[in-house]
Write a protein that binds this ligand. Structure first.
Ligand SMILES: Nc1nc2c(ncn2[C@@H]2O[C@H](COP(=O)(O)OP(=O)(O)OP(=O)(O)O)[C@@H](O)[C@H]2O)c(=O)[nH]1
Ligand SMILES: [Mg+2]
Ligand SMILES: [Zn+2]
Length: 369
């Protein structure tokens, strides 16, 4: 037998054997598969093969040796990019990769993962740690498709553009509701203010006041002229922020402005409505400020919300919460119930009618028939 363990106080025989076993597991991972290990009580609880299948909880993926920790910097390309200290690695997940996040998207930007090295600059992701926050969207039509867009984020910067075609308040509300559900703050960035005419300026002023009353920061920017970039920089500095929104609103252009020297590809002006193909296809984290990160993400078309109770939705509308206490029924959904204080507040415009319309739109479309 080739390797005789050296026995000393520092490396007791048992520990060495465990290490040798984990080296074996590491080799399995490199070949493509992890190895299941029985995790129950070895003496009394060992199942026969029948119950092994029916009681898979008692099995854990055996941990390989030499696992290290890293941050997921990029997804959407041929491989996932990891950052460990100063080193970046090209990584792949495996079927055996374990996660603390249930059946949500396995690996997303911002994830903290464990990995093993599988070659020069190459890695295999062995485990994904629990997310403290997650921005998730669902399919609008079926709702059985969920996609996590980013993990461990502090602030969702919902980017919109100050042009009629691209300004979509319904979408903004879906983002900020989803941010609150996932444990993140949200702020709104209205970009392309250089294109504002006087009519549109009124619309933007109103939108600004509406979100301000709801307690959200609104910054107006132009990635073209540089207007408002300082204010945006103040807002995002030192935090982990994800820039998200419809395609073509200028997410990548803004991040290029914020981070000198970065020159990520932006959309060519394809036609006058500025609706082109999606330009950014990968999600990427860029370091910014004191320990902060900015995530650029591909544009999205639709944003469904994961299942929620109809009586809970108003909790994600901060300006509804204090008013809703005065509704006649504790289970009020603020749609048509008699004695609804929210409806009364909308009538006197204490609550902005557009926020209320968005609320109703989300409630009716997401709850289905
Ligand atoms: N006039 C004007 N044009 C802008 C501004 N910001 C971005 N653009 C232009 O709008 C187009 C889209 O910008 P991108 O930064 O690629 O948009 P994006 O949100 O990253 O788009 P996707 O990656 O497809 O999601 C480009 O042609 C930009 O030059 C702005 O503030 N003003
Ligand atoms: Mg982009
Ligand atoms: Zn009510």
């Amino acid at each position: 037998m080739g390797d005789t363990p050296r026995s000393s106080d520092k490396h007791p025989r048992g520990a060495h054997r465990e290490y040798a076993r984990r080296k074996g597991v590491e080799r399995d991972w490199r070949k493509g598969e992890g190895r299941w290990r029985f995790d129950g009580d070895e003496e009394s609880d060992r199942p026969d093969s029948e119950s092994a299948r029916s009681a898979p909880r008692k099995f854990r993926m055996a941990r390989p040796a030499n696992e290290r920790n890293a941050l997921v910097l990029q997804t959407g390309g041929p491989h996932v990019l990891l950052l460990d200290g100063e080193e970046t690695l090209r990584a792949q997940a495996r079927r055996a990769t374990t996660t603390e996040n249930g059946d949500a998207t396995l690996v997303v930007i911002g994830d903290r993962v464990q990995y093993i090295v599988s070659g020069e600059g190459d890695a295999i992701i062995t485990h994904v740690h629990e997310r403290r926050s997650a921005l998730m969207r669902s399919s609008v039509s079926t709702r059985d498709f969920h996609q996590v867009l980013a993990a461990n984020v502090d602030l969702v910067v919902v980017v919109t553009a100050a042009t009629r075609e691209l300004l979509r308040p319904g979408l903004i509300d879906r983002y900020i509701v989803s941010a609150a559900m996932g444990g993140m703050d949200a702020a709104i960035c209205v970009n392309k203010i250089d294109l504002l005419d006087d009519d549109d300026r009124e619309i933007i002023d109103d939108l600004d006041a509406m979100y301000d009353a709801a307690g959200y920061s609104v910054v107006r920017t132009s990635a073209e002229t540089g207007d408002g970039i300082d204010a945006l920089s103040q807002l995002v500095r030192g935090r982990i922020c994800v820039f998200s929104g419809h395609s073509g609103v200028g997410k990548t252009s803004l991040i290029n402005q914020l981070i000198p020297g970065l020159s990520e590809k932006t959309q060519e002006l394809s036609d006058q409505s500025q609706r082109g193909a999606h330009t950014t296809t990968r999600s990427t984290l860029y370091p910014f400020g004191d320990g902060g990160w900015l995530a650029d993400t591909p544009g999205i078309r639709e944003f469904g919300l994961k299942h929620f109770e109809a009586t809970d939705l108003h909790r994600y509308y901060p300006e509804f919460v204090s008013v809703a206490d005065k509704c006649r029924f504790a289970s009020c959904t603020h749609v048509h119930e008699p004695g609804c204080a929210v409806i009364a507040a909308v009538e006197v415009e204490e609550i902005h009618p557009m926020r209320y319309r968005n609320y109703i739109q989300i409630l009716t479309s997401e709850q289905g028939e």
